[in-house]
Structure formats: structure tokens, C-alpha cells
Ligand binder design. Structure first.
Ligand code: DOR
Ligand code: ZN
Length: 493
């Protein structure tokens, strides 16, 4: 679908590094498993069970809105995204750029995470170059078919009014990656200061009208200034490519964290402890008590985003400590829509496996409730962060599958589905979650464009493809093979 990135050999290796397994090992065998009726009905995967369980209404769901309902919101941003690198990145970045104006790009590349401003500048340039190549491909009319049973960008781009090659190419070029740096035990205070300086330069350039979008970085020339939106704290060993993360009680990283507080750079936190005796389903709650509460006490001016919250404990923690804009949280579509049954009932479904892992229903309900609270009750502290985390199909469907749900192509429609069921779609809460709250936390303007979603009649929605091209392989998206009733109908610059 896209020409591979030039000169970056990492590509798939970057995406699959979690599993300590050679990428040359492919798993082509299909295991015999009992077929459910739903699986048998899946047109293109008649021999395999569905990657995600068939969607049922959530417990206590509000009545569905009528077909034809239209929602318009300021162009949203994705405040937590994994883009990988190389050819894999070139495959997935356009999917996000179709619906989102900006995204906070995670730094956990493999083998070398993004730990310096210089590395972030180069990574940002590679993303811009890949989007520019994709834009040129669209202008040459190359994006229609798509490979691997997937679809071309045009199918993702919105209705007729938004799918002209010019509109698609313009959005690819306008996409703005906001970079993050990977915090380690050894991050020097000087790197934090360099990040603050680079971001101030980028803001000044943007104010002067030459901040640039995602594109334009194709061939040589001066790299545009890079905005470092945040540092990312991975407890060492907690998740994909986190081995160089912060160890133990975080004390080694404390000087750098204090410098962040001083210069106003937020810290994005993967909130899980890693001790073997703590149950994987309890790791978030332990982190809040053992690590995050003491950190907030120790560094009172620190601004924290608790990423991809999964528990009632996390929702309550953010509501309790969030006044004054100190702490906010991102919420993924899977943690709003799925509980841990999605992983285990009817067979193991590795495409629903991510970290922090899905939790029991009580927690899912609490996370959805928090994310859909009105601003007057603290809802303004929760915002959209997909944690879209693609891995090659073969690295998910194997004996030790990688953690990560690839939600980017369907994310906006999935969030709409969740908000509809919470009865929170039409009164401004959805627009706040998607387009306003994150911008406010990160002290950036709300985007000027708009995105319109429309609810389709059952049977005429968008059937999410079984897979998309992903570098040299494929990736299975969230909701693969299932229909979504909310469709992006129009995207206006
Ligand atoms: O499921 C996850 N996948 N959780 C993370 O924290 C990292 C991500 C990835 O990079 O694959
Ligand atoms: Zn993530």
C-alpha cells in the first residue's frame, strides 16, 4: 500500500521486539478449533474464530441513537500512539492521520528507544517523510486498492466530500506528531532542559507560521524544530520494549523528573508495578499506591498523565488528585468497550491482549463512567489516547504473543460506540474527550477543522478489514471483521 521507508532498516524489528523472537520465524499453521456460528459467518476467515468476540450491547447501555444521527466535533487528537518505525510505521501512520490532527508518539522503539531530543528530531523527520511519500502516492492515484485484504486510505478517509486525493494528501501532510522521550535511570537533567528548549523553539516557529505539519521532511534540508510533548515513564520490564525503563522506586530518575516539573514538561506514566508476586490484574492498583502517590508528594509541581487507565482505582485516583490540572488520564477504546472475558471466553484471543491487560467488568464500567463524566464532575481530566500498538499478526498469534491492540483505523468510531452506550455522545462530552480535554492539558489550541460521524443502519456500516498491510507483514485491527455503525463521514481542514 505504501512505499517502504528509505534507509531505516528497523521496520518490523521495531514492532516485534517485545517477544525476543526472530522475525524470520513465521507461524503459518492453523490450529483446529471449534467454530462458533459467528466465526463461520465471517466471510474472509471461515476457518478461524473471530479475533474479537462479536459485539453485544454493553450492560446498562443507553438506547441506541437512530440511524442518520450526525455528530460534529473539532478534529480530534490521539494523545497516546505507537507508530513504530521504518516500513511498519509507513503502513500505519496514515491511518491515524486520516482522522486525527496530532498524536503523542510513544518512544519505545526497538532496539533503541527514543531517549534524546536529537533522536526524537530524527524520528519525527522519518514520520514526516513517510507521510509525505504516502501523500504523493495518493496524488498519483496509488491508494485505492490496498494490499493484504485491507483497504486503501480512501476507504478510511470519510465520505465523498473528504476522500478526494487532494483532501487525503492534505491531511497526511497536516498531521502533527508530538514527540516523547523515553525516561531511563540515566536520563540527565540536561536532556530535560534540552527538551524544554526545543519545545519552546517549536512553539515560537509555529506562532511565526512556519511550524510545518507532518510532511515536507522528505528530502534533506533543515529539520523542522521538534516539540517534545512529554517524557514517558516505563517501569523497567512492564511492557513492550521497556527493558531500559526506570527501575525500582523511581528514585534514580528523580532528578530528571524534578527538572520536568520545573520546566513544565508533563510525565506520561505506564502505571504498573512489575514484581513477580503481584498479580498481573492488580499491577495498576499497586502502582498507584506504591509509586504514583509518593511521586506526586515528592514532586508537587509535576504534571502527570496516567496512561491507558484500566481500573476503578485509577479512575478514582485521577478524580481525587486531578484538581488544578496536575493529573489527567488517557483512555483506550478497548478499555471502554471490553472486559477480560474478551481475552478468554470461547478461546484465547491474542488480538485483545494489551498491557495493562483488560480487567473485570466492574473496572471497565468504572473507566467508561469516568471518561464520560461531565466537566463539572471531573470529566475534563480524561481524554482520548488510543494506545494503538500494532504488532505483526504472527507475533500476536503464537506461543508468547506481544501485547498491543491495533485500534487506529477504527478508533474514532469505537469511541463513538462507547459514548453512545454511555448516553454521552450528543451533549458535548464526546467532543470534550476527543478534541478539547487533551489540548487543554497539553496547553495547545483546539484544532480548527472538524470531523463528522454519522450513524448507519445496521448492515450498512463499516466492516473493519480482517487485516492491514504492516511493513512486510500484516496487522489485525481491533474489531476485525465486525461492523461499526458509526462512520467518519466528513473531515474538514
Ligand atoms: O499493550 C501494549 N503495547 N502496552 C504497552 O504499554 C506498549 C504497547 C506496545 O508498544 O506494543
Ligand atoms: Zn502505549
Amino acid at each position: 500500500m505504501f512505499t517502504p521507508a528509505t534507509s531505516t532498516p528497523r521496520g518490523l524489528a521495531a514492532a516485534a521486539g517485545c517477544c525476543r523472537r526472530s522475525l524470520s520465524v513465521h507461524h503459518h499453521h492453523h490450529q483446529a478449533r471449534p467454530l462458533s456460528a459467528a466465526a463461520a459467518a465471517t466471510a474472509t476467515a471461515a476457518t478461524a474464530p473471530p479475533p474479537f468476540p462479536p459485539a453485544e450491547p454493553l450492560p446498562n447501555a443507553a438506547p441506541p441513537l437512530p440511524a442518520g444521527t450526525r455528530i460534529v466535533l473539532p478534529t480530534p487528537d490521539d494523545w497516546h500512539l505507537h507508530l513504530r518505525d521504518g516500513a511498519a510505521m509507513a503502513s500505519v501512520a496514515p491511518h491515524t492521520a486520516m482522522h486525527f490532527k496530532r498524536a503523542v508518539v510513544m518512544p519505545n522503539l526497538s532496539p533503541q528507544p527514543v531517549t534524546t531530543v536529537a533522536a526524537a528530531r530524527e524520528y519525527r523527520a522519518r514520520i514526516g517523510a513517510a507521510l509525505e511519500r504516502a501523500a504523493q502516492g495518493v496524488e498519483r492515484g496509488e491508494e485505492e486498492g490496498g494490499g493484504s485484504g485491507g483497504v486503501g486510505l480512501v476507504a478510511l478517509s470519510g465520505g465523498a466530500s473528504s476522500s478526494s486525493p487532494q483532501s487525503v494528501a492534505a491531511r497526511l501532510r497536516a498531521f502533527e506528531p508530538l514527540m516523547t522521550l523515553y525516561l531511563t535511570d540515566a536520563t540527565p537533567v540536561s536532556e530535560v532542559e534540552a527538551a524544554a528548549e526545543a519545545s519552546a523553539e517549536a512553539a515560537a516557529a509555529a506562532a511565526a507560521g512556519n511550524g510545518g505539519g507532518g510532511g515536507g521532511g522528505g528530502g534533506g534540508g533543515n529539520a523542522p524544530p521538534v516539540s517534545i510533548a512529554a517524557f514517558k515513564l516505563y517501569p523497567a520490564g512492564a511492557t513492550t520494549n521497556s527493558s531500559q525503563g526506570v527501575t525500582g522506586d523511581l528514585s534514580k530518575a528523580l532528578p530528571a523528573i524534578r527538572a520536568m516539573a520545573k520546566s513544565g514538561i508533563p510525565l506520561c506514566v505506564h502505571g504498573e508495578v512489575t514484581r513477580g508476586e503481584v498479580d498481573v490484574f492488580d499491577r495498576e492498583a499497586f502502582f498507584l499506591r506504591e509509586r504514583l502517590a509518593p511521586l506526586l508528594d515528592a514532586v508537587p509541581d509535576l504534571r502527570v498523565v496516567l496512561e491507558h487507565i484500566t481500573t476503578e482505582d485509577a479512575a478514582e485516583f485521577v478524580l481525587k488528585h486531578g484538581s488544578g490540572g496536575r493529573i489527567a488520564a488517557t483512555v483506550t477504546p478497548q478499555h471502554m468497550l471490553l472486559n477480560r472475558n474478551a481475552l478468554l471466553v470461547g478461546g484465547v484471543r491474542p488480538h485483545a491482549y494489551c498491557l495493562p491487560v483488560l480487567k473485570r467488568e466492574r473496572h471497565r464500567a468504572a473507566v467508561l463512567r469516568a471518561a464520560t463524566l461531565p466537566a463539572s464532575e471531573g470529566g475534563g481530566r480524561f481524554f482520548l489516547g488510543t494506545d494503538s500498538a500494532p504488532h505483526p499478526k504472527h507475533a500476536k498469534e503464537c506461543a508468547c504473543g506481544c501485547a498491543g491492540v491495533y485500534s487506529a483505523p477504527a478508533a474514532l468510531a469505537l469511541y463513538a460506540h462507547a459514548f453512545e452506550q454511555a448516553g454521552a455522545l450528543e451533549d458535548g462530552r464526546f467532543a470534550a474527550f476527543c478534541s478539547r480535554n487533551g489540548a487543554a492539558f497539553y496547553r495547545r489550541p483546539v484544532n480548527q477543522g472538524t470531523v463528522a460521524l454519522v450513524k448507519k443502519q445496521q448492515g450498512s456500516g463499516w466492516r473493519v478489514p480482517e487485516s492491514f498491510e504492516f511493513g512486510e507483514g500484516t496487522v489485525v485491527p481491533m474489531w476485525a471483521g465486525q461492523e461499526l455503525s458509526w462512520c467518519v463521514e466528513e473531515v474538514k481542514a
